[in-house]
Design a protein. Structure first.
Lengths: 323, 294
């Protein structure tokens, strides 16, 4: 009886290893399945680690998915540590590419310089930060940047709609904003808040779906998030046209975001690539080229707005210079 | 005299009544608690099942993640979780049970042991993000494992270790001292006693506690995010030094996407995760029954 017990004990521990072995079998299967992907180009090999903004993630996921169909021997991994978290890994040399939903900060660039990492910024697509209110909100027709600033910056007391414009209801505004770690918040902070403290009553969430739900369920709510989230929920919420520098109230959509007419809330999405990786590793260089050639279609596929074609062409020239 | 007797018995009956009422009230409170918990559980399950079930298919298990919800699958995450657990289970089991045996059977009951004991119990309450930071500093950076299966497995093993230790200690403490004394009386050494008497008796308790702890490791997201486990991975690890992704990472990503189809995929992923947990818990029950029936 005793040997049986010993057996069971070791079986318990050993079962883990058996499970691990199953993983190996499965892998050799996929190797055979994907071999048919021939693209005429040289077959590349290598590993590319990408991390950073969760806003940029869907585009990178799409690019990687398509790239690996052509180049099955290149192992691409894409993480979503957030713009800031991604840069930390980029600085530590753990990733070759870092996605960002805002331009790199001075201190991040300085840290990269100190770590000896030279990098190049590439733009992938545009996103229009959409300011939204509840469907039943029939008073807000448009907002100016000053009005946005007046309501979002904390002044110590509750803000009512009537404080912003006369004739609007005397009811307290409920704020919904992306969390302060996100690049989306950083961007809003830069163009609207100007570094001031965001209204302390605001509900902050890293999950934009929570913001969508908040604005959908609260009549006096206002919130902002990426264009893709507005597009997906446009039947349940109302987007607010924002007055641009020329004094025209513009609603975010594919045309106004691409043309730059929707400003100042439309923003480019970036990826930062290590120059050394492009120069020394054909897989990374090939990936960046594939990314710039296909970002236009793929970014629209996942709900963003593509850059004008010239921008991609310019960046392809930049890439050639780095190879 | 007789009058007094009657009053007394009436009083008595009154008191019995109030006790019975109290009994009923307490019973209904407990019953309400059970019903409430069950309803929440049922609502959650029904919601997840109705949302996710249409997306469950062989393709869902066989495909890698994709930007197209209809083509997206969970293969990399399922296999990745299995790989990670193949590091977590042996590491946490060997270290945890070993520590528990030492503390219960060998260590002197002095201030130092009590201090270690207190720290282990406190560790069980440390937020998982902290273990993620520890893993990032030690396994990912210092040891240079990168965001590999090994780094994540060790981090998760550390996370569940306190629970494994405490559960194993409880199980070992429950071994009747008569059994141990009889073993010593027959001339067995300490090691023989531990291996032939203590462990076989304690295995059901150790297994139950440990597998609950391992289930936690399967569901944790925060440490994985901190140590930088990627979400999009379209290959399978070939050894423990490879990158991988895990079920909670994939589910977390899908729930945060704007498109409703991805939310449904997340529900399907949760069903798979629940399936894995049920299998693990069944193993725990099986081990317990097997050993208890002797």
């Amino acid at each position: 009886m005793k040997p049986v017990k010993v057996l069971t004990l070791s079986a318990l521990l050993g079962s883990a290893l058996v499970l691990g072995a199953c993983g190996n079998d499965a892998q050799s299967d996929t190797g055979e399945n994907t071999e048919q992907a021939e693209s005429g180009d040289a077959q590349l090999q290598g590993q590319i680690a990408i991390d950073g903004s969760s806003t940029v993630f869907p585009i990178m996921e799409a690019v990687s998915e398509e790239f690996m169909m052509e180049q099955p021997d290149v192992q691409v991994t894409v993480g979503l540590s957030g713009t800031g978290g991604g840069f930390e890994k980029f600085i530590a040399g753990e990733t070759q590419m870092s996605n960002a939903s805002r331009p790199i900060k001075e201190e991040e660039a300085a840290a990269l310089k100190e770590a000896g990492v030279e990098f190049t910024e590439f733009q992938l697509a545009y996103d229009g930060l959409s300011v939204v209110v509840n469907k039943d909100n029939d008073w807000v027709d448009q907002l100016t940047v000053d009005e946005l600033k007046k309501m979002w910056v904390d002044n110590g007391t509750a803000v009512k709609w009537s404080d912003i414009r006369e004739g609007w209801p005397e009811e307290e505004i409920k704020f919904y904003s992306p969390g302060t770690d996100s690049g989306t918040f950083d961007y809003f902070d830069e163009v609207i808040l100007d570094g001031a403290q965001i209204n302390k009553g605001a509900t902050l969430s890293e999950d934009d779906n929570v913001l969508v739900q908040g604005v959908t369920g609260e009549k006096n709510a206002i919130g902002y998030f990426g264009y893709a989230y507005y597009l997906e929920n446009k039947d349940n919420i109302k987007v607010v046209p924002i007055v641009n520098e020329e004094g025209k109230a513009v609603e975010p959509n594919a045309e106004t975001i691409e043309s730059g007419e929707y400003e100042p809330l439309s923003r480019p999405l970036f990826t930062y690539v290590s120059n050394a990786a492009i120069a020394e590793d054909e897989a990374t260089a090939g990936f960046v080229q594939f990314m710039l050639e296909n970002a236009s279609v793929l970014s629209e596929d996942v709900g963003y707005v593509s850059l004008p074609q010239e921008k991609y062409d310019e960046q392809l020239v930049t890439l050639e210079g780095l190879k | 005299m007789e009058k007094i007797e009657r009053i007394k018995s009436e009083e008595m009956i009154g008191r019995i009544d109030s006790r019975l009422v109290k009994n009923k009230v307490v019973k209904s409170i407990f019953f309400a608690a059970t019903v409430f918990t069950s309803i929440i559980l049922i609502v959650l399950l029904v919601r997840i099942l109705t949302q996710g079930a249409p997306y469950l298919s062989w393709d869902f298990l066989q495909n890698f993640a994709s930007r197209r919800p209809e083509q997206a699958g969970i293969k990399a995450a399922v296999i990745g979780t299995v790989w990670m657990m193949s590091v977590v289970i042996p590491t946490a089991a060997i270290l945890g049970v070993g520590t528990a045996i030492y503390l219960e059977e060998y260590a002197k009951k002095n201030a130092i042991t009590r201090w270690i004991q207190m720290n282990i119990s406190n560790l069980a309450g440390v937020p998982s993000v902290v273990f993620g930071l520890l893993g990032l500093t030690i396994f990912v950076r210092l040891f240079g494992f990168g965001n590999s299966v090994l780094a994540a497995g060790f981090t998760m093993a550390l996370l569940v270790l306190p629970v494994v230790i405490v559960a194993s200690q409880e199980a070992i403490r429950a071994v009747p001292s008569e059994l141990k004394e009889a073993s010593y009386g027959l001339g067995a050494t300490k090691w023989q006693t531990i291996f032939r008497v203590v462990l076989p008796y304690a295995i059901p308790g150790i297994a139950t506690g440990s597998i609950l702890a391992f289930s936690r490791a399967i569901g944790e997201t925060a440490p994985l995010i901190v140590i930088g486990i990627p979400t999009f991975v379209a290959f399978l690890p070939s050894d423990v030094f490879d990158s991988f992704t895990a079920l909670p990472m994939q589910i977390y990503n899908w729930t945060s996407r704007p498109q409703i189809e991805f939310h449904n995929l997340a529900a399907a992923g949760i069903i798979i995760l629940l399936g894995v947990l049920i299998v693990m818990n069944s193993v725990a029950v099986w081990i317990r029954n097997r050993y208890q029936s002797r």
